[in-house]
Design a protein around this ligand. Structure first.
Ligand SMILES: [Zn+2]
Length: 320
C-alpha cells in the first residue's frame, strides 16, 4: 500500500489513465491529490514481488563498466547555471564535510565529493556500486537506506537525488535522516514538481509522472508537514530543473507509445538501440536537436524556474 501525505483527509483523482510510457510495464494507474496539502500519490497497491518485477524486468540499468567510471566534474559559472546543474542535490554539498548520498547510482557523486575533501558514504540498491566502492574506497551500503547502520549525529549532509518520489512510505524514509545528521546538519532532497508548468501544459504526457515508478509528488505544504513530522525544518525551497529534460519532453511527445508498449525513445534510442523512426520523426528529431543547441530549452527552463514553476524541486532541510 502506498502512503501519500501525512494529513490526507480527502483525496481526489487528478489523473486517471497514466501508464508506463517509457518501458511498457502493463496496467493503468490513477493519481490522487490531497485537497488539504496538495500532495499527489499513485493509487495502487504493489506486492513486494510486483515491485521487484517492475524494477528488475522493466527499468533499464544503463550498461556499467567500472573501467570507464567517471566522477561528476565540478561545474560552475554561466553555462552550469544555464544547464540547471544545481537541480542535483550533490551540487549543494560544500567541501570537506561528511556526506551520505542515498541512491548514489554508480557513485559518480561520491567521486565528486571525495575530490573535494569530503568523507564519503553512499547507499545504493544496484549491486554494480560494489565494484566502484571497492576500487575507490567509498563506504557504500548496498541495499535500502537503513539509518541504524550509522552512528547518531554523524553526517553534515545527507542527499537524496530523485529518490523521495519512489518511496512507498515517505515519513518512514525521512524519519531516519535527522537521527544520523549532526545538529545543524542538512538534508538536500530533489524531486519532481507536479504543480509546475510542465504538468499543467503537457497533462497526461508530462514526463515526470513516470508511472508507476514515481509514487509521490510533494507540494511545498506536504513536504513542510512531512519534514516537521520527521524532525527537520525547511531552510529553502526552489525549483531548479535540468534544461536537458525539456529536450527529453519534446522527444517524449513525439514517441509516446500505446499502453503496454515500450517507448522508441526511452527504451530505444536513449538506451543506444537502433530505432526505425519514420522520415517525419527523423526531421522533427533534427529540428528538436537544433532547437536544443541554440539553447531554446535552456531559456524556457530558466524562466519557469525563476518563477518558481519549474518541473523539479530542491528542498534544503536542516536538523534543529
Ligand atoms: Zn494531505
Amino acid at each position: 500500500m502506498i502512503k501519500g501525505c501525512t494529513c490526507c483527509h480527502i483525496s481526489l483523482v487528478i489523473q486517471k489513465e497514466l501508464f508506463d510510457d517509457r518501458y511498457g510495464y502493463p496496467g493503468k494507474f490513477s493519481l490522487m491529490r490531497c485537497r488539504e496539502c496538495g500532495h499527489a500519490f499513485l493509487q495502487h497497491e504493489f506486492t513486494p514481488e510486483q515491485l521487484t518485477d517492475l524494477y528488475s524486468n522493466y527499468y533499464p540499468r544503463s550498461g556499467f563498466d567500472v573501467e570507464s567510471y567517471q566522477p561528476y566534474r565540478e561545474e560552475t559559472g554561466f553555462s552550469a547555471w544555464l544547464d540547471g546543474k544545481k537541480c542535483s542535490a550533490f551540487r549543494w554539498v560544500p567541501k570537506n564535510v561528511r556526506v551520505l548520498d542515498v541512491g548514489c547510482g554508480f557513485g559518480e557523486s561520491l567521486g565528486y565529493h571525495a575530490a573535494r575533501g569530503c568523507d564519503v558514504y553512499g547507499v545504493e540498491a544496484d549491486e554494480n556500486i560494489r565494484r566502484v566502492a571497492e576500487k575507490f574506497g567509498f563506504k557504500v551500503h548496498v541495499g535500502l537506506f537503513d539509518p541504524d547502520i550509522y552512528e547518531p549525529d554523524f553526517f553534515d549532509y545527507v542527499t537524496m537525488d530523485q529518490v523521495m518520489e519512489h518511496v512507498t512510505e515517505p515519513l518512514e524514509t525521512l524519519q531516519g535522516v535527522p537521527r544520523i545528521l549532526k545538529p545543524g546538519g542538512k538534508a538536500v532532497l530533489t524531486t519532481p514538481n507536479a504543480n509546475g508548468w510542465g504538468a499543467k501544459v503537457f497533462g497526461r504526457k508530462w514526463i515526470n509522472w513516470h508511472a508507476p515508478y514515481h509514487l509521490q509528488f510533494y507540494s511545498k505544504q506536504s513536504m513542510r508537514m512531512l519534514a516537521e513530522k520527521a524532525g527537520l525544518e525547511i531552510d529553502s525551497v526552489r525549483t531548479i530543473t535540468a534544461s536537458a529534460w525539456l529536450h527529453f519532453q519534446w522527444l517524449h511527445l513525439l514517441t509516446c507509445p500505446k499502453p503496454g508498449e515500450p517507448s522508441d525513445f526511452w527504451a530505444g534510442s536513449a538506451c543506444g538501440k537502433q530505432v526505425d523512426f519514420t522520415m517525419a520523426q527523423k526531421v522533427i528529431i533534427r529540428l528538436l536537436g537544433l532547437m536544443n543547441r541554440v539553447r531554446v530549452n535552456h531559456l524556457i527552463t530558466r524562466l519557469f524556474d525563476a518563477l518558481g514553476m519549474g518541473d523539479s524541486y530542491v528542498f534544503v532541510l536542516s536538523k534543529p
